[in-house]
Design a protein around this ligand. Structure first.
Ligand code: FCB
Length: 428
């Protein structure tokens, strides 16, 4: 690949999904949920039945890693119950197929969903969820330890807790319950420490397992430099969603529970008179374009921030990092390709300056059920036709571009003549 940016040979070039978003046939708090576009997750991409084909697609993409979730609600029907054998076997088969394809799995234990018996007992507000989760993890890890060494306990605890208890986006749709938000984070952090002990004790054949959370990192800022109230709101958001959460999971002795930190990076949220200027926050895309805010269908882009956050987190915690998610949703594939190129250039800069980043997982393998937004946001390397009941997959141009990167084990340099503007902002 000409103009390639060299990455370490053992770097993981992967892609990511989550069970509720792709599998279908799940029985959790999302099953009866109808999204803004009328979509639901009951069939989703039917990855549940079609995982073998999806592993073949991954082979075509040339990825050497797959960040996948295992759905707790499938495996345990009641607190402390034995794991459901056929469901476990299905995941084992998926892991074996990945191994045969030379694809390293990173397994996520919690990605925005819970078994119904956890939900009805109060979810993560109930401290009894911590030992229940530990029991589940003990059984799961004992079954999978020979096949998995990369464990991601929680995906974006801050997104989960804030959309559940502050912003009303996730079931049970509560708003402004700050105390519940904090409690959820604290309980999850305690569960992470316990799960980490379990995983360490179980081991992974001869290999030491790697354990970490995936932290969503959003930069917050004011839209207008001198708007004091928007500065204040950005500061509060940064504190509540970034600093507090990292402190709970990695502060003091709890830091020892993690061997890595996953970073999910999508960009920036700026506030204008308290309004988040991003499509995911309800802002009108045409208005945003007029104001010069460069975004995909969800968030404001800020590629330069990726290098900044990687350097800062590396300095602060000294843990190896993975980009556990990055991607863009847009019908404009040139935009998505340029977005990826820009972010890989930043990633490369960070790696070159000594930050220990071990892998990059593109969100997502497939177009999928994007929570409150249903199927309206297209993040896939593979396009899925949800109007066709066979749910055919098709390679996108972004997928082809990423295949070039995975095969060359290298990032690409942005085309010189690119006409897509790349927005940069300084965050104080
Ligand atoms: C992240 C989630 C993932 C997906 C992407 C777009 O916050 O972890 O499930 O929704 O955003």
């Amino acid at each position: 690949m000409s103009g390639a940016l060299k990455f370490p040979d053992n770097f993981l070039w992967g892609t990511a999904t989550s069970p509720t978003q792709v599998e279908g046939h799940v029985a959790n708090e999302w099953t009866d949920y109808i999204a803004a576009d009328g979509g639901h997750c009951r069939v989703a991409c039917n990855h549940y039945h079609r995982y073998a084909e999806d592993v073949e697609w991954m082979t075509q993409l040339g990825v050497n890693a797959y960040r996948m979730g295992i759905e707790w609600s499938r495996l345990q029907a009641a607190p402390f119950a034995p794991l459901n054998r056929p469901e476990l076997e299905r995941y084992v088969d998926l892991l074996d197929r990945l191994k045969a394809a030379g694809i390293t799995p990173m397994v996520v234990l919690h990605h925005f969903s819970n078994p119904p018996w956890i939900t009805s007992a109060g979810g993560w507000l109930n401290p009894a969820t911590i030992p229940a989760f530990e029991d589940y993890v003990t059984k799961l890890v004992s079954a999978l330890k020979e096949r998995v060494y990369l464990w991601n306990t929680f995906n974006e605890p801050d997104t989960y807790a804030s959309l559940t208890y502050l912003l009303g986006g996730f079931p049970p749709f509560h708003k402004w319950r700050l105390w519940s938000y904090r409690k959820t984070i604290r309980h999850m952090a305690a569960a992470h420490v316990r799960a980490s002990d379990v995983i360490r004790q179980a081991g992974n054949g001869g290999r030491t397992p790697e354990i970490g959370i995936a932290k969503n990192w959003t930069f917050f800022g004011p839209f207008r430099k001198h708007a004091v109230w928007d500065h204040l709101l950005a500061g509060i958001s940064h504190h509540a969603f970034n600093r507090f959460v990292l402190h709970e999971f990695l502060g003091g002795p709890r830091r020892a529970a993690s061997t890595f930190l996953g970073v999910n990076y999508y960009g920036l949220t700026r506030f204008k008179n308290f309004e988040p200027m991003v499509p995911a926050g309800g802002a009108n895309p045409e208005r945003l374009a007029q104001l010069g805010v460069v975004c995909d269908d969800m968030f404001e882009r800020h590629p330069g921030g990726l290098g900044t956050v990687l350097r800062n987190l590396h300095r602060q915690y000294g843990l190896p990092l993975y980009i556990t998610e990055h991607g863009a949703a847009s019908a404009d594939e040139d935009f998505r390709i340029l977005d990826l190129t820009e972010h890989l250039r930043e990633l490369h800069g960070a790696v070159n300056s000594g930050v220990d980043v071990r892998g990059f997982f593109y969100w997502s393998l497939l177009d999928n059920f994007e929570w409150q937004f249903g199927y309206s946001k297209r993040f896939g390397l593979l396009e899925v036709d949800f109007n066709d009941e066979n749910l055919p997959r098709k390679m996108t141009r972004v997928g082809e571009f990423y295949r070039g990167i995975c095969r060359a084990r290298a990032g690409a340099v942005a085309p010189e003549d690119s006409s897509v503007p790349v927005h940069r902002i300084c965050i104080p």
